[in-house]
Design a protein around this ligand. Sequence first.
Ligand code: AMP
Length: 250
Amino acid sequence: MKILVGVKRVVDYNVKIRVKADNTGVETANVKFSMNPFDEIAVEEAVRLKEAGKVSEIIAVSLGIAQSQDTIRTALAMGADRGILVQTDVDLQPLAVAKLLKAIIDKEAPSLVLLGKQAIDDDSNQTGQMLAALLDWPQGTFASKITVTGDGIEVIREVDGGLETVALTLPALVTTDLRLNEPRYASLPNIMKAKKKQLDVITPADLGVDVTPRLTTLKVEEPPKRKAGIKVADVAELVNRLRNEAKVIP
Ligand code: AMP
């Protein structure tokens, strides 16, 4: 079985995000970028399935600017076999990403597509669902466990109030949640080996996909600053303040 994994280059989760002075977006100059954490989980899961002998090839795909090659190299160092970069300077929105991935999937014919449940930069949580719809494939979103069964997979999903288990026939699409696994760090020898692995660079035009943005960002703002808390002397004062100042109790 062949697996395709989506790996997005995003601002590292440790970076303190700053909004640009003109409110058009967030500051990306001189900021560390890394693989989207949920995509690291997707790569890790694919590598574990390969180590268990259930997978023959893992293809890591990224869509974005030339530097997204670094993100693919990280996936290759973790254990993916080859990479595809769809290079574009256009700010890609989830529908465009889903269409580009569909075009690659039509050519590569993987049995399983693994994406993150969301990218931590746009927090859209849309690409996997849109892609499954475009492909007309079964989907298991927010996966916390994936088991390969006889002719398909079983996915335990994190849903409001508990866990849901779904059985999917292959080919299928799964998006990863935080508890699925703990991704490995790539070792130095594997980072060196990854430099020699195949990485093809193509463009949206090669795939015949129009990636023109459909949504316009009007404004990006910092969340309102929280007011400092206060200390109360005793329970009586707490009740008094909750009743008369916060007005949250009768
Ligand atoms: P989103 O719908 O934007 O929150 O993204 C969900 C998932 O789709 C991510 O975790 C990735 O696996 C995949 N994805 C989104 N954008 C890209 C991209 N530009 N390149 C590769 N994968 C992507």
